[in-house]
Design a protein around this ligand. Structure first.
Ligand SMILES: [Mg+2]
Length: 173
């Protein structure tokens, strides 16, 4: 598809919105408003007892406090692993000596350009969290069984967390 035009409709600190028009050689056209986002890293901290560290924070779009894997936005030009290391420490205080990419995916490709990359973080050492001013984050360790039960009982409703858990569980980690 060839991009014929892209017009900015909104620009904010976390994302911007464009209205795009594209056409393929056969004449098929797409007009769409797109939420532009620089991408995110998601961290899945697992300890030597196979417990998983999750964070809970109030999510205004969901109008609820959600349990999630910790995550954060990429700074411009930043590699996803660099973001993952910084955000894990900021949100939870933990540092990991071992990192492994589990998967990357588009959480909502119909209208959002954001790509997420999930990293397994192991060989962990605890430290002090440094949350941002607009973040209030509670951290807690859960057994793998608890996480799976929370997914099936709809107590975990965050997509990246569900994807991360099953990719980890079904892989050889
Ligand atoms: Mg975050």
């Amino acid at each position: 598809m060839k991009l014929l035009s892209s017009r900015e409709l909104y620009r904010g600190p976390i994302f911007w919105v464009t209205e795009d028009h594209a056409k393929d050689p056969g004449g098929f056209e797409i007009h769409r408003a797109i939420v532009r986002h620089g991408g995110s890293s998601v961290m899945m901290p697992v300890d030597d007892r196979r417990r998983i560290l999750m964070v809970r924070q109030y999510r205004l779009p969901a109008r609820a406090s959600l349990w999630e894997l910790p995550a954060g936005r990429l700074d411009p030009g930043e590699k996803p692993l660099t973001t993952a290391k910084r955000e894990l420490q900021e949100e939870t205080g933990y540092r990991a000596r071992r990192w492994k990419k589990l998967i990357s995916f588009y959480p909502s490709p119909g209208f959002v350009s954001e790509k997420m990359t999930i990293f397994l973080a192991t060989d962990l050492t605890a430290g002090e969290a440094k949350p941002m001013d607009d973040e209030r984050i509670e951290c807690r360790w859960f057994s793998a069984k608890q996480v799976e039960q929370m997914i099936h009982s709809n107590k975990i409703q965050d997509g990246k967390t569900i994807i991360g858990y099953f990719v980890w569980k079904n892989g050889k980690h």
